[in-house]
Design a protein around this ligand. Structure first.
Ligand code: MN
Length: 220
């Protein structure tokens, strides 16, 4: 994957920060360059660092794929379980998040469009339900559309850095409503951020994730 900007150093360990797959300014004006830099290079990096630090305490979980760790958190040593939940969730959520942005918005096509019509009442209804759900999250969290092996979609939210991966589900796409995702540009106007975010969604990338989900190869 092509990365932009200097490589961001993270601590050594089994988990690595994926480079942003496009320039930091690619999501302007919906998401400003400074927010993208801080969000990727500082916030996401911090989740990776904390996860590696927890991995240094050992345990068989450290060698497993992230989605498997998150779906079996009870197997993680109690003293680091909350750390792994928060930072492993943060790592997975943000890895998905960078992938599905950097696009030009518009409307989905093909199988994803058909699935949205069938399961979520059509594109316009889905967008408005997604924005409402995101606006209603009290404090920090995420709004997601999940996809199962049959290709069925569902709208859901999670607090903090929790993810549907913790319930062995798969995420088709999602939006981050933590204040760090929008506060520099939008301050308290989360609803405006949620609305503008659709302009940078990459539907072709989401279409690839949909195909992978049905093939059982979608990881995070
Ligand atoms: Mn975030």
């Amino acid at each position: 994957m092509l990365g932009f900007g200097p490589k961001v150093e993270t601590t050594r360990g089994p988990f690595t920060l994926p480079p942003l797959p496009y320039a930091y300014g690619k999501n302007e004006p919906a998401i400003d360059t400074q927010t993208m830099r801080l969000h990727h290079d500082k916030h996401h990096a911090a989740y990776v660092n904390a996860l590696n630090q927890a991995a240094a305490s050992g345990g068989s979980w450290t060698g497993k794929p992230l989605q498997d760790i998150l779906s079996r958190l009870s197997r993680v040593l109690g003293s680091v379980r909350t750390t792994v939940r928060n930072n492993g969730g943060g790592h997975a959520n943000h890895t998905m998040f960078w992938q599905i942005m950097g696009g030009r918005g518009g409307r989905p096509t093909g199988d994803v469009a058909t699935a949205i019509d069938r399961d979520l009442g059509g594109f316009t209804n889905m967008q408005s339900a997604f924005n409402d759900a995101g606006a209603k999250i009290f404090g920090s969290g995420w709004v997601f559309v999940t996809v199962d092996r049959a290709g069925k979609l569902a709208l859901t939210t999670r607090p903090n850095q929790d993810t549907p991966l913790m319930d062995s589900q798969r995420v088709l796409f999602g939006n981050d409503v933590w204040e760090h995702a929008y506060y520099l540009k939008y301050q308290n106007r989360r609803a405006d951020y949620l609305k503008a975010w659709w302009n940078v969604v990459d539907w072709s990338r989401i279409g690839q994730r949909y195909t992978a989900a049905k093939a059982g190869t979608l990881t995070i």
